[in-house]
Design a protein around this ligand. Sequence first.
Ligand code: IMP
Length: 210
Amino acid sequence: MHKIVDDFSKTVVVPEQGIRLASEPEPKVREKYINELDRVLITKGCLDARIKGLAKEIEQGFADVDEITCVVVLKGGMFFAADLIRVLDERSKLRTRLDFIRCSSYGDRSYSSGSVQMYQLDAIDGKNVLLIEDIVDTGGTLKTLQNYLREKGKNFKTCVLLDKGIASSVKVDFIGFRIPRVFVGGYGLDYAGMYRGLPEIVVIKKELLK
Ligand code: IMP
């Protein structure tokens, strides 16, 4: 069961730089979602800035290659990957290919059912693979995906936008933000299919969660 902490800290940490975003003025949740969303956790401006930093880290991480195949985990990783891949192509020396994989374990709940369904992607044999995922919570989903992809790709690395910091058993090469253990939506992430289109990362009210 996904346990939601009551007194979570607002602090969001960018790894490596140690930037704390909590000191920024707190942006407001849109009126139409006011009864469902608790707060904006990460603004679009912070996401954009961090993605530029991540692209640099990824370029350094793949220093010996000139082409990578980005495997995006649907549906949640879609918005993050769209922005990240465009920054990689605009600003880095890396040439990018794009592929998708789908993995579902949450259904309409806020905790994982434990079983992971996977949908096939194009051949990635021998490719330099960057797996792009929205969020790591228990790490179950990512571990399954990594086990599946690692044996196929040549040079395999993982990038996640958000890390709740509890999945000690999975290795992630590039992390956008470490966040408290709250259920978040927006920027591709959903709860029961909603909130994906919001430009920022928002915290969903815990009274709403099943
Ligand atoms: P894990 O297997 O427990 O690490 O969960 C990872 C998957 O669960 C992600 O790919 C998301 O689809 C989903 N997930 C985990 N936490 C959240 C959240 O806070 N908001 C939205 N989806 C989440």
